[in-house]
Design a protein around this ligand. Structure first.
Ligand code: SF4
Length: 380
């Protein structure tokens, strides 16, 4: 077996999509964890009215995001009571859906469905989107890969406004079940001061309800304007912070993220990351990218420069998803992703940055390959 077998398979599944037979989908949404579209939709096709798994497990523990594509050669079928992934010609391996968290069926004390407030990403990451809105859409300057508005309209599956007490109650219930190790908090782009205030209230509530001193996990806010702002985020009690730079190459960043690049320059992101490393510590800061929309060379330059600052990198594998301006386009080949991410893993490993996996790990991430590539090097 190739040492990259499951990394390559995950890259294939993320770029070619996957489908499943009705038999295989039995129990998704009741026994097994379903997609709830907390922020973006990552499938190649919308699937209103059909519960699909959020993600699934390969035999070596690799977590793969389920990206629906009904014409994909990859299909999950049932064979003798097991879920088997096939490529249409042969069976590849057994896969497993994740158990549906018990709290998905509970309500908060203000009678809101908990699943509409926070969802589990992968195996162990509790995700809260505190703002399902982004100002760039109203000016038609949204990032070309983003389908936030269309996802929200298509599925209307989560609460747009989430009460901070409700968020705390969900965190309590999710941590009490034992599978959650980290949280991930993010929102679209909005007023900076308001965002810091809101994040402070949310973290206060999570710490109170889940009885945590500091919260293991990551916040992905709009870029902080100053070191004082970064300190304010640190003081909320979250352990790690990340900034979504999206694209490293400056010109491509401006073209692909027309609105965002007007409000936050490439340099501003770097300054935020530099400040954040000083406050949160090396390894507890992330540069977040969309991988597959720029050349390998510029992407790897970004990985090199970010790690030289003492930060880690999370590159999500681009999906040309419905409702985004790039709907219907094709991502690079899975071989490109594997080759590029293996080089990125070498750069990160050589930089000797603390891995930060207490705040974000390969089990959180069905849609990134870097954690998996680092795991092959023994970094977990
Ligand atoms: S900043 Fe870009 S990626 Fe983020 S929500 Fe707005 S349009 Fe989408």
């Amino acid at each position: 077996m190739s040492e990259h077998k499951y990394l390559g398979l995950k890259a294939e599944l993320l770029t070619e999509g996957v489908w499943a037979t009705p038999d295989a989908l039995k129990g998704v949404g009741s026994e097994y964890k379903e997609q709830n579209h907390g922020l973006f939709g990552w499938d190649f096709e919308d699937h209103v009215g059909i519960s699909l798994p959020d993600d699934f497990l390969l035999p070596d523990g690799t977590v793969v995001q389920f990206r629906k594509k009904s014409r994909s050669p990859y299909r999950v079928i049932v064979d003798k009571d097991d879920l088997i992934l096939t490529n249409g010609k042969e069976n590849i391996c057994e896969v497993k859906w994740f158990k549906r968290p018990a709290y998905y069926s509970l309500q908060t004390s203000s009678h809101n469905a908990m699943v509409k407030i926070g969802q589990i990403g992968g195996q162990d990451c509790l995700f809260f989107c505190y703002q399902n809105y982004c100002s760039h859409f109203s000016k038609k300057e949204e990032c070309l890969f983003c389908n936030l508005v269309s996802t929200s309209k298509t599925y209307n599956s989560v609460l747009k406004k989430k009460d901070t007490e409700d968020i705390g109650e969900v965190a309590k219930a999710a941590f009490a079940e034992g599978m959650v190790k980290h949280v991930l908090l993010t929102g679209g782009c909005f007023n900076h001061e308001k965002e810091i205030g809101l994040v402070g209230e949310i973290l206060k509530s999570i710490r109170k309800h889940a009885s945590l001193d500091r919260v293991p996990g990551t916040i992905l806010p709009s870029p902080a304007k100053s070191i004082d702002d970064v300190k304010k985020y640190y003081d909320t009690g979250i352990k790690a912070i990340g900034f979504s730079m999206e694209i490293w190459d400056k010109k491509l960043y401006e073209a692909i993220c027309p609105g965002k690049s007007k409000s936050v320059s490439h340099e501003a992101f770097i300054n935020s990351i530099r400040c954040a490393v000083k406050i949160f510590g090396a390894g507890n800061v992330y540069g977040v990218f969309v991988m597959g929309l720029e050349p390998k060379q510029t992407f790897l330059e970004g990985v090199r420069e970010i790690t030289e600052l003492g930060a880690n990198v999370v590159p999500f594998v681009w999906s040309p998803n419905p409702g985004s301006k790039l709907q219907g386009h094709r991502p690079p080949t899975s071989a490109w992703f594997v080759e590029t991410v293996l080089e990125a893993a070498d750069i990160v490993d050589d930089a000797n940055i603390p891995p930060g996996t207490k705040n974000h790990c390969y089990k959180c991430d069905g849609n990134s390959l870097l954690h998996d590539a680092l795991r092959l090097k023994g970094v977990e």
